[in-house]
Write a protein that binds this ligand. Structure first.
Ligand code: PEP
Ligand code: MG
Length: 747
């Protein structure tokens, strides 16, 4: 038999549900709700405070306080006991409110006579909506059961707010999630976009927070939990985590799924009248509130685990899968905690932008977003809990800023910026068929970087003279197994076909480091960027490299083939890779197969040591491509993925410039063509500086070709070289200011 408290609570919740179902305005509903809660709890006062803006709470309904105070009394977040509840996301229970620290006397409400105070947050999975308060004259602390009961009521209220039950009650006051929010994240791919939120994993909509029959609800919950456990166990069995940290993390995940106390707490909430779904959400909300304030990263990870499990459980209970039937809005901006490369590729160019709560500059998602040339902001904390499907959103990938539900003034300023960029693009389009010839007569070849078939149309539209870097990782990353030789050959052949007769420099697989293939055993290296990656993996596991080389040779039959090897550190690595390629070439001939008409073999120069390699190395190469991203990180010993340090050192620092000059000199001595294909090649100021130093080929993302060409065509590279030399003569250690000052003086 359920005890009396439980059945009272259930009665109250059922009454709330009736109020929700009955016709009537939002204010009327709120008033009736406060009346019923006070009546059921036996208190003189019950009040509902809702957020007016992220910093202000407004008294929206009350039973017991002066009705004239409704919509007049406001509190700032953290102010008074109500503000304290709102800020902390935890209840305050006191027998003597006036003597509590932070108590704020509000004469307009006539509350001085009330001594006991119990306030609980109205929140929904991390989303703070308001505060529910009961007060009474007698001096007593509320019992644990009462606290729990009021929390359950607050949970139902939160769902009601979410469903828009009180719209119209609040004088045009937006619901909490309607507020404009600006989030600062990290830059992973530049560009700006305006669109509507499309959640990769949309939140489950709970339409009925109140459960009529607790036995039935508990049975539903237990059945769903059993299914969840099976899914989690199967998932873990399928993921061979081996041992180490990841195995431990997965084990914790499993323990959560099997936790008795988790299930018990949810069952208790059902006893008090919640539906199974609402009980799951109540637990999820409280765990979030508890752990969100936790600084410990381990604890925060556990919060994510519990969150994931709760979401899975809700999906099982509601039958809402990843696909909720919602239609993708126009100009979708994908919002996700994180996303794998295959999923992101599936969305493809439909997306205008991507915002991730996690992610990293070198993550697979970033690699794909770059290839798709869509702005990507990472580390946008809270975005998945703040954003709802269809919300207007602005993504500024140049600044790493996201505006969710922006104010009109912000949106207008943003549109101005987009219009200016579009205008500039138009101007650049006019230059498409013109060469990047500086006023001194020197012509710089501008190539583009690519990594997907989808990139190839840009070859035409950008006016690039070829593909200076084709990253081949994506075809490997996006699959759950090693691609077959035939598949790869077909893909490479298609790339070459689409490039028409323009050259494509294929870079062999640069995996390892952070780019771990789904089917490769994670190596758990302490310092993966300097670990077993790229050519190091290729030479140790020759099967994959050999297969890739064969695919490249077959794809290029009847055409010239350019291959380059990544991350060469010592000469012998290039010799070995070169030999492997020649062996494959000879094998094809032996088998009587046709072969490419020409074979050019290059090396990526991305480690400082290679700039000092023996002369023979430079003579052996048919071409060299400077991978400035890696070269810079190793030269300055500054991790390119570490937000703290990655912008600290400038490529226009004269020491780095001296390294580039050394490379240019060595290449020139050996008469080997050299290009620069790191991100800096696409930045106009860096690009003209590199051109002035002697680089005659730059390879960049397609969108950068216009701006770079535009600037090159305006300058005299000889004069710029003199500016650079003069700056160094007078002891400047960074060329950025002298170069930009000089550029500003050009017409
Ligand atoms: C580089 O390191 O500069 C480069 C072009 O290669 P990736 O960015 O793919 O490491
Ligand atoms: Mg590199």
């Amino acid at each position: 038999m359920p005890d009396r408290k439980d059945s009272d609570s259930r009665k109250l919740l059922l009454r709330l549900r009736e109020i929700l179902a009955a016709p009537g305005g939002g204010q009327d509903r709120l008033d009736r709700i406060t009346h019923h809660i006070a009546d059921s709890m036996g208190t003189q006062v019950c009040s509902i405070y809702l957020f007016r803006d992220p910093e202000t709470l407004e008294l929206c309904a009350t039973e017991g306080l002066k009705s004239a105070a409704v919509h007049k009394t406001r509190l700032r977040l953290g102010e008074g006991l109500v503000g304290r509840v709102a800020r902390s996301g935890r209840y305050v229970n006191t027998a003597d409110a006036p003597s509590e620290p932070g108590f704020r006397f509000m004469p307009e409400t006539g509350e001085e006579v009330y001594s006991s105070f119990l306030g609980v947050p109205i929140q929904r999975v991390g989303e703070k909506l308001g505060v529910l308060v009961v007060q009474s004259r007698d001096v007593r602390r509320f019992s644990d059961d009462e606290v729990y009961g009021l929390e359950v009521v607050a949970m139902v209220l939160a769902e009601m707010v979410e469903l828009g039950a009180f719209l119209g009650s609040t004088d045009g006051m937006p619901a909490q999630h309607r507020f404009p929010i600006m989030l600062r994240g990290g830059i992973a791919q530049e560009g700006v976009a305006e669109g509507r939120v499309w959640l990769h994993e949309p939140r489950v909509v709970v339409t009925n927070p109140v459960g009529e029959d607790p036995l039935k609800e508990k049975a539903r919950l237990n059945e769903a939990v059993a299914m969840l456990r099976v899914t989690v166990d199967t998932m873990l069995a399928a993921t061979d985590m081996g041992s180490g940290d990841s195995a431990e993390v997965m084990e914790t995940y499993r323990l959560f799924a099997h936790s008795r106390s988790w299930l018990r707490r949810m069952e208790e909430a059902i006893d008090l009248g919640l539906s199974a779904e609402a009980a799951v959400e109540k637990e999820q909300s409280q765990a979030r509130a508890r752990l969100e304030s936790a600084a410990d990263p381990y604890l925060r990870d556990r919060l994510h685990d519990l969150d994931d499990l709760s979401n899975r459980l809700l999906r099982i209970l509601t039958g809402q899968g990843g696909d909720t039937g919602a239609e993708m809005p126009d100009n979708p901006i994908l919002v996700a905690r994180n996303i794998g490369p295959a999923d992101l590729l599936d969305y493809g160019r439909k997306l205008r932008g991507v915002v991730l709560e996690e992610g990293s500059v070198g993550s697979h998602a970033t690699v794909v977003a770059r290839a798709l040339a869509i702005p990507l902001v990472i580390h946008a904390e809270r975005i998945t809990s703040e954003a709802l499907n269809g919300d207007p959103i602005l993504v500024d990938g140049d600044m790493g800023i996201v505006h969710l539900r922006p104010e009109e003034t912000v949106a207008n300023a943003f549109r101005d910026k987009m219009a200016m960029q579009a205008e500039a693009q138009k101007r650049y389009a006019g230059l498409r068929d013109l060469p990047a010839t500086a006023t001194c007569g020197t012509t710089i070849q501008l190539y583009m970087n690519a990594g997907l078939m989808a990139d190839l149309p840009s070859l035409e539209s950008s006016g690039a003279e070829g593909v200076g870097l084709f990253r081949t990782e994506l075809q490997f990353l996006a699959r759950t197994r090693v691609p077959r030789r035939g598949e790869l050959a077909a893909l490479y052949a298609k790339v070459l076909e689409n490039a028409q007769n323009k050259p494509v420099m294929f870079r062999t697989l640069d995996i390892g480091s952070d780019k771990v293939l789904p089917y490769m055993k994670p190596q758990d290296e302490p310092n993966p960027a300097m670990g077993w990656r790229a050519i190091r993996v290729g030479l140790d596991k020759r099967g994959v490299l050999r297969m890739q080389l064969q695919a490249l040779i077959r794809a290029s039959v009847g055409r010239p083939l350019h291959v380059m090897f990544p991350f060469i550190t010592e000469m012998y690595e290039f010799e070995e890779a070169h030999r492997l390629l020649m062996e494959q070439f000879a094998r094809e001939q032996r088998l009587g197969h046709d072969v490419p008409t020409d074979l050019r073999v290059g090396a990526m120069l991305e480690t400082p040591s290679l700039a000092f390699a023996p002369k023979k190395f430079f003579e052996m190469c048919d071409f060299i491509s400077v991978g400035g991203n890696d070269l810079k990180q190793f030269f300055f010993a500054a991790d390119r993925e570490n937000e703290r340090v990655r912008r600290r050192y400038d490529s226009l620092n004269t020491s780095f410039i001296a390294l580039l000059e050394q490379i240019l000199q060595r290449c020139s001595d050996a008469r080997v063509p050299v290009s620069f294909c790191g991100e800096d090649a696409g930045r106009p100021i860096e690009a003209v500086t590199f051109a002035a130093l002697g680089f005659r080929r730059l390879s960049m993302r397609p969108a950068s070709i216009g701006p770079v060409k535009h600037l090159i065509r305006r300058v005299d590279l000889n004069e710029l070289k003199r500016v650079i030399d003069d700056a160094r003569d007078i002891g400047e250690t960074n060329l950025r200011r002298p170069v930009t000052d000089w550029l500003a003086r050009q017409s």
